[in-house]
Design a protein. Structure first.
Length: 61
């Protein structure tokens, strides 16, 4: 069984690294990071962190 909490964190970190490589400023990346933290909490609050529901894509972000 995969650790879903770590999985979503890994996906978010991977996306943030991708943004950094694309040339966004540190301030913009920090803004995305803060917004994604709210998204992560929302996922937890609505119990969407299950194996069947974990499908975070860039389009979702």
């Amino acid at each position: 069984m995969i650790n879903l909490k770590n999985s979503i964190n890994d996906k978010i970190e991977k996306y943030l690294k991708k943004l950094k490589k694309s040339g966004l400023s540190d301030k913009s990346i920090e803004t995305y990071k803060n917004l994604l933290k709210h998204f992560e909490l929302w996922f937890e609050d609505y119990d969407l962190l299950s194996e069947n529901n974990l499908s975070l894509m860039e389009a979702d972000i």
